[in-house]
Design a protein around this ligand. Structure first.
Ligand SMILES: Cc1ncc(COP(=O)(O)O)c(C=O)c1O
Length: 394
């Protein structure tokens, strides 16, 4: 019999089990909601990126169903061949107007948008100066580009400046940061980095996956939040988190978007969104522009829950967003906290190395606009009880 050449993977998994890091996939029994059923248990859901509750918004459902009936279930092609429908173009026009840029292009995911853009805009002769906590999709895109990658300590504009000063004069350089960091919930050092980009003539790029629909007027993102319109050359956003559906986009100049139409590999070589997804995303922009109550409630809930965790005495790090980590140190303890919370009716994922630094393992919480205060209070009570039980709180 043929020996299994993948046997080493089982050893890797056994090692994860030994370290208490093995995770079974949690399965939602029904819809993605703020209070839902996961693995047949009714839970307050603090794990999803469904910031505004749009995954189940009636207007989005209706528009998706209409598009499904009118346009079918799929596109049958990549965008540059036969997979561009009028509804994709409409979505791109709407996104560009929303982001106040000349143009926008939609990718299949935020991951594809980041990786595809960084890998195509830069070449091996160029440099990328990147925050150490930037998302994996930026790191992968940077590697694919074969540019020289220089990493600066998290949010450290002075260190970024030193790197820029040391690069050869005239070398094309991309300066890149997440808008909101997904594990700590803090904001990228955008204003300082934009000043550096101006001074050194660098291309400025922000990944606003967790800021889209959350920060700025009507959720226009961190560029709007910081008043930096016209100073960020490449804005990436996602349609998979606050927008409630699936996809990513790049907003910027017409030339940038035309270039990506010709060179971004996920755009060129992977089939486009079903029309129902594009319709859903257009409906989501309508909701952002006409139902400001969702973002207002998201922030009310954020203040309530973050304040509650801090009053209990947890280390919540440096979060400035609806993402609030509860930092406990060792990964095994974070996983135990997550499991005990789940048993009590709170779904909040434990996250350890390599996703976060060793010794900084955490349970990450994300509130949504659609949580009630009773649900959040219930979650706080559980955190307090389990935190004391595990010796995290005195
Ligand atoms: C900071 C950041 N950028 C990009 C992405 C990728 O977005 P998407 O889920 O749409 O692929 C994520 C999502 O996990 C993220 O957290």
């Amino acid at each position: 019999m043929r020996a299994d050449p993948l046997e080493y993977l089982s050893a890797e998994l056994a090692s994860l089990r030994d370290q208490g890091l093995y995770r079974r996939l949690r399965v939602l029994d029904g819809e993605q909601r703020a209070h839902t059923s996961v693995d047949h248990r009714s839970v307050v859901n603090l794990s999803s990126n469904n910031y505004l509750g749009l995954t189940t918004h009636p207007r989005l459902r209706e528009r998706a169903a209409e598009a499904l009936a009118a346009l079918g279930v799929g596109t049958g092609s990549v965008r540059p061949i036969a997979g561009t429908m009028a509804i994709h173009m409409e979505l791109e026009r709407r996104l560009a107007a929303f982001k106040n840029t000349e143009a926008a292009v939609v990718f299949q995911s935020g991951f594809a948008a980041n990786a595809g853009t960084v890998a195509s805009v830069l070449t091996k002769d160029d440099a990328i100066v990147s925050d150490e906590l930037n998302h994996a999709s930026i790191i992968d895109g940077a590697r694919l580009s074969r540019a020289t990658i220089k990493v600066f300590p998290h949010r450290d504009v002075t260190a970024a400046r030193r790197i820029l000063e040391a690069l050869p004069r005239g070398q094309r350089t991309l300066l890149i940061t997440d808008g909101v960091f997904s594990m700590d919930g803090d904001l990228g050092a955008l204003p300082g980095l934009c000043d550096l980009a101006d001074e050194f003539g660098a291309i400025m790029m922000v990944d606003d996956a967790h800021a889209s629909g959350v920060f700025g007027r009507d959720g226009r993102g961190t560029v709007d939040h910081f008043g930096l319109h016209g100073r960020v050359d490449i804005q990436v956003g996602t349609l998979s988190k606050a927008i409630g559906a699936l996809g990513g986009y790049v907003a910027g100049s017409r030339a940038l978007i035309e270039f990506l139409y010709h060179r971004a590999r996920p755009f060129l070589f992977s089939t486009s969104h079903p029309p129902s997804v594009a319709a859903t995303c257009i409906a989501a922009i309508d909701v952002l522009e006409s139902e400001p109550q969702w973002i207002a409630r998201l922030w009310e809930n954020t203040r309530f829950f973050k304040g509650g965790l801090q009053t209990l005495g947890f280390d919540t790090g440096v979060s400035e967003s609806p993402i609030t980590p509860v930092i406990v140190g060792e990964a095994a303890l974070a996983m135990k906290l997550s499991d005990r919370l789940f048993a009590e009716g709170v779904f909040a994922q434990g996250i350890g190395f390599p996703t976060v630094a060793r010794g900084r393992a955490r349970v990450r919480t994300i509130v949504a606009a659609t949580h009630t205060q009773d649900e959040l209070q219930f979650a706080l009570d559980c955190f307090g009880r389990v935190g004391r039980e595990l010796g995290i709180l005195p």
